[in-house]
Design a protein around this ligand. Structure first.
Ligand code: GDP
Length: 430
C-alpha cells in the first residue's frame, strides 16, 4: 500500500490533520505537547484509491529536534512515498521548523508543505514566509474547518507513484490472540496498544456480544486482536475455568499468539498456554511485560530466572515491554509479522530434498534387523504450520531420536526453530 507520513515539530496540528484525513477521531487530540504517543496509523480511503497515513506526532516531545526522535522518524520514513511536512500557518517559523526542513531535504523524499490552522482564507496572505523552508507552495489547510483537504489529497495523489493506484487488494490481516494468566498485564497491554479511548469506542455498552475483535494498523500491516472482550473482563467477573477456555479458543483462532508474561509470576500456566499454542501450530511470542518494575541492576538476574522457569519455551522469541512506559511496543508487532511470515515459509521441494540428502548422510539411520530406514522423498504440502511429509521405506522404523534429529535440522537449517511445524512419515506409495 502507498505510505504517506506526517512530520513536523510539536503542536503544529499533526494529529488533527491526521484525524481529518482519516475522517474519524481515532487519535487523541489536545493542545498539550507530546500528548499523542508513538506512531498512529490509519488507512485513508479516497476515490483515487487508498493509502496508509502515518502520524509521527507521538515521537515529538520537547521543542527540540532530538537525535532520538530523528532515528524513529528515520524508520517511519524508510518506505514513505510522500512526506507531509506540517507547519503552523498562524505562527512564525521556529528553529525547529528549519531543522525539520533541513532533515527532510537530506532524506530526499517527496515533500508536501502543509500549512495548518489556516481557518480563515484571509490568513493565506500571511503564508509568504513559509517559502523560506524551500519546499515551494504551502497548501493551506484547516483541520478545524475541514478546509484545503481536497487540495491536499490531490497533491498527495500527484506525488504518489502511479503504478499501483487502486489495484491493490485489501491487506490480509494478521490475527493476534493476547493470552496469559490473570493479572499478567493483558488488559493494560491492550489499552497501551490501542489507546484507552479507542478500546472504549469499540465496546458496545449493554450488549453481551460474546467476542469483540478489534482491528488496527501498524507498520503497514493490518492486525485483528481476537476476543478482546475476554481480555478486558476482570478475572473476578469471569469464572476462571471459562477464562481458560476462552483463551484456548482465542489461540485456535489466531495466526500469532502473544503470551503475556509477568516476569515475577511465571509457572505452569504459561507452559500450558504455550503448549496449547504449539499443539495447534500457532507461532507464539513471549511478551514479558511490566519491565518498568525491573531495575537495570536487577535485569540480568530476572532475565536469568525467567530463562530457567521458561526453559521448555527456550526456542520462543521474546520481547521485554511495559504497558506503562510503552518500551518495545512496536517490536511486538514487528516480531508478530516476522513470525507470521515464518509460518508461511514454503521450502521448494528440490531444496528440501537436497537438505534431506545432506541430513541423512550425517547421521546413523535407524534400522531394524539390519535393514536401514530410507527417506525416498520429502515435500512440504502445507504452511501455517509448515508441514513436511517424508516418504520412507518403512515408517515403523522411524525412532523418536531420529524424528528429533530431523526436527532440529529443520529448525536450524531451514530457520524454523522459533515456530511449531509438523513432520509426517508415510510409507512408499503404490
Ligand atoms: P490482566 O488480568 O492480564 O488483564 O492484567 P491487568 O492488565 O489488569 O494488570 C494487572 C496488574 O498489573 C494491574 O495492577 C496493572 O496496573 C499492573 N500492570 C500491568 N501492566 C503493567 C506494566 O507494564 N507495568 C507495571 N508496573 N504494572 C503493570
Amino acid at each position: 500500500m502507498h505510505k504517506v507520513v506526517i512530520v513536523g515539530r510539536p503542536n503544529v496540528g499533526k494529529s488533527s490533520l491526521f484525524n481529518r484525513l482519516l475522517g474519524r477521531r481515532s487519535a487523541v487530540v489536545a493542545d498539550v505537547p507530546g500528548v499523542t504517543r508513538d506512531l498512529k496509523e490509519g488507512v485513508v480511503e479516497t476515490e483515487k484509491g487508498r493509502f496508509l497515513l502515518v502520524d509521527t506526532g507521538g515521537l515529538w516531545s520537547g521543542d527540540r529536534w532530538e537525535k532520538k526522535i530523528q532515528e524513529k522518524v528515520d524508520r517511519a520514513l524508510e518506505d514513505a512515498e510522500v512526506v507531509l511536512f506540517a507547519v503552523d500557518g498562524r505562527a512564525e517559523l521556529t528553529p525547529a521548523d528549519y531543522e525539520v526542513a533541513e532533515y527532510l531535504r537530506k532524506k530526499g523524499r517527496p515533500v508536501i508543505l502543509v500549512a495548518t490552522k489556516v481557518d480563515d482564507p484571509k490568513h493565506e496572505a500571511y503564508l509568504g514566509p513559509l517559502y523560506a523552508l524551500g519546499f515551494g507552495d504551502p497548501i493551506p489547510t484547516s483541520s478545524e474547518h475541514a478546509r484545503g483537504l481536497d487540495d491536499l489529497l490531490e497533491a498527495i495523489w500527484q506525488k504518489l507513484p502511479v503504478k499501483q493506484i487502486d489495484t491493490e487488494p485489501e491487506v490480509a490481516a494478521i490475527r493476534l490472540a493476547i493470552v496469559g494468566r490473570p493479572n499478567a498485564g493483558k488488559s493494560s497491554l491492550l489499552n497501551a496498544i490501542l489507546g484507552e479511548e479507542r478500546v472504549i469506542v469499540s465496546e458496545e455498552p449493554g450488549t453481551t456480544r460474546d467476542a469483540i475483535d478489534v482491528e488496527f494498523f501498524f507498520g503497514g500491516n493490518r492486525f485483528i486482536l481476537v476476543d478482546t472482550a475476554g481480555i478486558r473482563k476482570r478475572p473476578e467477573s469471569l469464572v476462571e475455568e471459562l477464562a481458560i477456555k476462552r483463551s484456548l479458543r482465542a489461540i485456535e483462532e489466531a495466526d500469532v499468539v502473544l503470551l503475556v508474561v509477568d516476569p515475577f509470576q511465571v509457572g505452569d500456566r504459561e507452559l500450558k498456554l504455550a503448549n496449547h499454542a504449539m499443539e495447534k501450530g500457532k507461532p507464539t511470542l513471549l511478551v514479558i511485560t511490566k519491565w518498568d518494575l525491573v531495575t537495570k541492576e536487577e535485569a540480568p538476574k530476572v532475565r536469568r530466572e525467567l530463562r530457567e522457569k521458561l526453559a521448555h519455551l527456550e526456542h520462543l522469541p521474546r520481547v521485554f515491554t511495559s504497558a506503562f512506559t510503552r518500551q518495545n511496543l512496536d517490536k511486538i508487532f514487528r516480531e508478530a509479522v516476522r513470525l507470521h511470515e515464518l509460518n508461511h515459509t514454503r521450502i521448494p521441494t528440490a531444496e528440501l530434498n537436497r537438505f534431506v540428502g545432506v541430513w541423512t548422510t550425517k547421521v546413523q539411520m535407524p534400522n531394524f534387523k539390519g535393514k536401514p530406514l530410507k527417506i525416498l522423498y520429502a515435500t512440504q504440502p502445507e504452511v501455517a504450520p509448515p508441514t513436511f511429509v517424508f516418504f520412507v521405506n518403512h515408517p515403523e522404523f522411524v525412532t523418536r531420536a531420529f524424528e528429533n534429529y530431523l526436527k532440529n535440522r529443520i529448525g536450524e537449517d531451514l530457520g524454523l526453530k522459533e515456530i511449531p511445524f509438523r513432520l509426517i512419515f508415510r510409507g512408499r506409495r503404490g
